[in-house]
Each structure stands twice: as structure tokens, then as C-alpha cells.
Design a protein around this ligand. Structure first.
Ligand code: FMN
Length: 417
């Protein structure tokens, strides 16, 4: 369906070539100061035509707020917003009247619905993500103001070009063929943890690839241009960190925090993979090295020394930085001729026309941030509702001490000992 979330509910609408795309957001707390500019910043980071590395489709993607706020303050009622589609060129897609694009959604949409949008990717187009990005920007404003939560995503690879090892999330070590080697030193490096703690959107946007390491970013640019010049495309990964999330978010057992994140991320077009924390690398490292030992933080809560868990244990946030990585495939629409078959089964050659992204990851960054914000917001509202309901009960004095968390003072005291 087109709705995401339980208490912060976002419904997106729109096809690539219809009059407008947008969203209705239900569950935004009242009293949040909000302007179109708060939303526009992220929409402009997502929009096409930002550089020679993205599709030249020229859309300004200016948001129009329709309801849910007055005098720049949210009313707690549904927020409706829209963005007009202005630069459609349906004729670019005339071949795709005959051919389903290989590895795009044309064939499956037609099989499913029995009818499809007459041009463009219809609902499968990345234009649909405008509603998500706008809804995410609103959630982010609340999360930042109420909890100091920050979300930053960045491009971590394009094709085979990766950030240097020390700045990368843990990854499978294909080059290490020694099956008896349990060494895990190359994994969650101090440099990577530091990057997660400090990286800003300004740093990410410094380079059109949205890779925060200038030398790697330059190589990525060349790789994307090589794909573009060959009328081809290339994939990549986006890594995201969520900072300052309180411990206790996540709804076991089916809506565990990482399950909700995976759901959110794998609903973004062109995604093929999702890893949280140590991800697949965690399968190679023995428990003795993979476990995150506990330590008392200066504020009297428990933290962890390492963070292989990616800030989530038992499907519940533990207060550490949450980090995860998403794999995006090489976009399907390429103008290089491909042997394939028409809808009617006739073999033929498709060289797709139209304006397309040679690589989606630079534009996917704000979409990943938005989906992360939707997950945090939704889970936070659910946990707040639970905590508020529990706080209305008289204190329980009969439980054995092992059933409740010791007070912060106790933790700080035992840390001194
Ligand atoms: C920001 C962004 C831009 C995209 N641009 C294109 C594009 O120009 N051409 C294309 O074929 N696919 C593009 N895609 C991917 C398609 O929307 C997607 O591959 C298609 O809907 C099929 O869905 P699937 O790949 O998730 O199976 C883009 C995806 C994102 C996130």
C-alpha cells in the first residue's frame, strides 16, 4: 500500500507524469514551527538536474503546503503537501509502449494491475519519493527540536570504488582466504566511529557525489561519467547514521527497530541490500570480538565500548549511534541497445530514450535520511505513548530489585569503585 507508519502515518500519491506528487502526513504533533523552507531544503537535495551526475529532467520541485498548519505552526491535523510535475516528456518513452524495460517495474506493474501509466515509470518512478522526503523533513524538525536527534547519510561506494577501509562500515573480507584467521581489527574502526559522530550534511554536500572523502569522491565522479558516456549505469551504497536516539525505541517482535528500518529502506526504488551494524561481516567475527561490552557513560546510563550492534539490540535502540548501509542497483533504464522481448513476446532490441540517472546514490541520500526519520518518529511516538500510559500508574514498590533498572546514581557510584 502507499501508507507507511503507525502513529506518524505518511501516505504518498502520484505518478511520474501526472499533475503532481505529494503526501498526506497524519500524526505530526501540534505546535511545531514549520515552514515550506524546512521541507524545501531536502527536496532540493533530492531533485533531478543537480549536476552532470544526475538525470537532466528539470524539475524545481517546489513544495506547496495545503493544510495542517497556520501562522507557521502545525495544528496536529493532517498535513497535505504537493509538488507539481512540470518537465514531463511522455514521447521519450514511446519505445516502452512496446517493450517492458529490463529490470524496471513495467512488466511487473502491468502483470499486477492489468493496466499501467501511459508513460514514465508511473508509481514506480523515484518521483514518488518526493512525498517521503517532505514527510521525513517534517519528522526531522520535530526529532531535532524535541530530542536533538540528527540523521546524516552519505555515499560510501559507487561501483567498485569504496571509501577507504578505515572510513567504511564493516564489510565481508573476501581477500582474507585464511579460514582460521579470527582477526577482526579491520572492522568497526575508530575512524569510522568518529566519522559517524561528526559527519554533517554540509560536508556530505561538498561534492556532487555526496561522498565525504574528496579523493574517493573524485574517483566516483569519473566512474559515473564513464557509465554515462557508455550509455550505461552503475550502482552504489549509501551509509546512514542516526545520532542521539534515546534507548528503548523499537516494537518487538515484528516491528523491531532494525526490521522497521529494513522495511523503510528496502521500499526505496532500486534498493537491493540492507545491512545494520556489523551486517554480513558479523557472521565472520567470533562472539569474543563481536560482543559490545557495557560501560557506564558520564550521564549515568549504560553505553557500549564498541558498536558492532549498530545501536540496536533485541530490536530496541541502546542509545549508541545507529548506523546502516543500503545497496542500490545500477539503474535499469540505459540507452545502450539491449536484446530483450516486447510485451507481446516478439524478440527485439531496446535502446531506451529519455533522461535518466546514470547512478542513483547521490540523489538517494536525502531519501534514505527521510525514511530513517519516518522510522524514528513513528517508533518514538509509540514508545512515548507507552511511557506516558505507564507513568500514570502509582509507583510499584513490591518488585525485586533485579527486575528494574538501577538508578543512575547507583551506576555512577559503582563506576567509581
Ligand atoms: C533517486 C532515484 C532515481 C532513480 N532514477 C532512475 C532512472 O533515472 N532510471 C531508472 O531506470 N531507474 C531509476 N531509479 C530506480 C527505479 O525507480 C527502480 O529501479 C524501478 O522502479 C524498479 O524498482 P526496483 O529497482 O526497486 O525493483 C531511481 C531510483 C532512485 C532512488
Amino acid at each position: 500500500m502507499s501508507t507507511f507508519g503507525t502513529l506518524y502515518r505518511v501516505t504518498t500519491y502520484g505518478e511520474s507524469h501526472c499533475a503532481s506528487v505529494g503526501a498526506i502526513i497524519d500524526g505530526c504533533p501540534p505546535g511545531l514551527e514549520l515552514s515550506a523552507e524546512d521541507i524545501q531544503i531536502q527536496l532540493s537535495r533530492r531533485r533531478p538536474g543537480q549536476s552532470n551526475l544526475t538525470t537532466p529532467r528539470n524539475e524545481k520541485d517546489l513544495v506547496q503546503l495545503q493544510s495542517g498548519l497556520e501562522h507557521g505552526v502545525t495544528l496536529g491535523t493532517p498535513i497535505a503537501l504537493l509538488v507539481k510535475n512540470e518537465d514531463q516528456r511522455p514521447h521519450d518513452y514511446s519505445e516502452t509502449d512496446l517493450y517492458p524495460r529490463p529490470s524496471h517495474a513495467d512488466y511487473t506493474y502491468l502483470e499486477k494491475y492489468g493496466v499501467k501509466a501511459s508513460s514514465g515509470g508511473g508509481r514506480s518512478s523515484a518521483r514518488e519519493t518526493i512525498g517521503r522526503v517532505a514527510a521525513g523533513a517534517i519528522a526531522e524538525k520535530y526529532l531535532k527540536q524535541a530530542f536533538g536527534i540528527e540523521i546524516v547519510a552519505f555515499v560510501s561506494s559507487v561501483g567498485k570504488i569504496h571509501l577507504p577501509n578505515e572510513l567504511s562500515p564493516p564489510s565481508l573480507t573476501r581477500s582474507d582466504t585464511n579460514e582460521d584467521n579470527d582477526d577482526a581489527e579491520d572492522s568497526v574502526s575508530p575512524e569510522f566511529r568518529q566519522l559517524l559522530k561528526t559527519i554533517t550534511r554540509e560536508e556530505v554536500d561538498h561534492h556532487p557525489t555526496r561522498c565525504p572523502h574528496p579523493a574517493t569522491a573524485e574517483k566516483m565522479t569519473q566512474r559515473i561519467i564513464r557509465a554515462k558516456d557508455a550509455s550505461d549505469s552503475i550502482g552504489g551504497t549509501v551509509t546512514c547514521v542516526i545520532r542521539n536516539v534515546p534507548a528503548g525505541l523499537g516494537e518487538p517482535v515484528f516491528d523491531k527497530f532494525e526490521a522497521a528500518l529494513a522495511h523503510a529502506m528496502l521500499s526505496i526504488p532500486a534498493t537491493k541490500a540492507f545491512e545494520v551494524g556489523s551486517g554480513f561481516r558479523g557472521t565472520e567475527v567470533p562472539g569474543s570480538k563481536h560482543n559490545d561490552p557495557f560501560v557506564v557513560r558520564p550521564d549515568g546510563t549504560l553505553g557500549t565500548v564498541t558498536n558492532w550492534s549498530g545501536g540496536i539490540q533485541g530490536g530496541i535502540t541502546n542509545g549508541e549511534d545507529i548506523y546502516f548501509r543500503i545497496g542500490f542497483k545500477s539503474p535499469a533504464t540505459i540507452s545502450q541497445p539491449q536484446e530483450t522481448a516486447r510485451y507481446d513476446g516478439t524478440p527485439g532490441t531496446l535502446a531506451a530514450r529519455g533522461r535518466h540517472d546514470p547512478c542513483v546514490v547521490p540523489r538517494a541520500v536525502p531519501i534514505v535520511e527521510a525514511m530513517a526519520a519516518l522510522v524514528v518518529m513513528d517508533q518514538l511516538l509509540q514508545q512515548d505513548a507507552r511511557k506516558t500510559a505507564a507513568s500514570r500508574l502509582p509507583p510499584i514498590k513490591t518488585l525485586p530489585p533485579t527486575m528494574v533498572m538501577p538508578k543512575k546514581e547507583v551506576l555512577l557510584e559503582s563506576n567509581k569503585a
